[in-house]
Design a protein around this ligand. Sequence first.
Ligand code: PRP
Length: 211
Amino acid sequence: MQNLKLAVTKGRLLEDSIRLFEKMGLDCDELKSPGRRLIHGISNYPLEIVMAKGPDVITYVEHGVCAMGIVGKDTIMEQQSSFYEVLDLGFGACRFALAVKKGYDFYGSYKTRRVATKYPNVTKGYFLSKGMDVSIIKIEGSVEIAPLLGLSDGIVDIVQTGNTLKANGLEVIDDICPVSARLVINTAAMKLYKTQIIDFIDKCKKTLDQK
Ligand code: PRP
């Protein structure tokens, strides 16, 4: 049987992904001490784990070089790519929100609002749905800085504990939608390696149902 590749998002989702694999009975010894290696074997299951950044997980799955991926719904919504999203894995739960400097009246003026974000597509879609024209400023990380420096009137970002907002004197004024980690599958791989992929999805489901 061919080893399929599963791309897993590095950072926040990695620990929970490994926890899930272990509960599924997969040997994660190599994954738990990865060093600088980015592709890891699983000794007791025909799968290789590729560690990548969220947007790259989507690229690898969309191009079919990885049959499966674990990635946040936030990244999926932003990238708008084509693949099957088969399971909500439950972990990495947070939400998209609009936040401003504490007490700031975001809606209190007719002038075009400036919104800083790492997620321009999500932000555009959100304000379009409200029929509101905003100017979107793309930031690569720590977007909370933008309103503090006067670059923007607000930010659209993911909020998990709310600690980063609080520590920077910001507050949520609108919840946009909840997000969490998803299992995604390349559409051609789903047909070509159906038995193997369904076996993996079933194992995931059973393990998630045990919680
Ligand atoms: C995310 C997000 C917020 C923070 C929210 O950033 O962009 O900054 O986490 O989490 P909290 O509500 O628990 O404080 P991340 O840590 O992923 O890093 P980045 O800003 O460099 O992308």
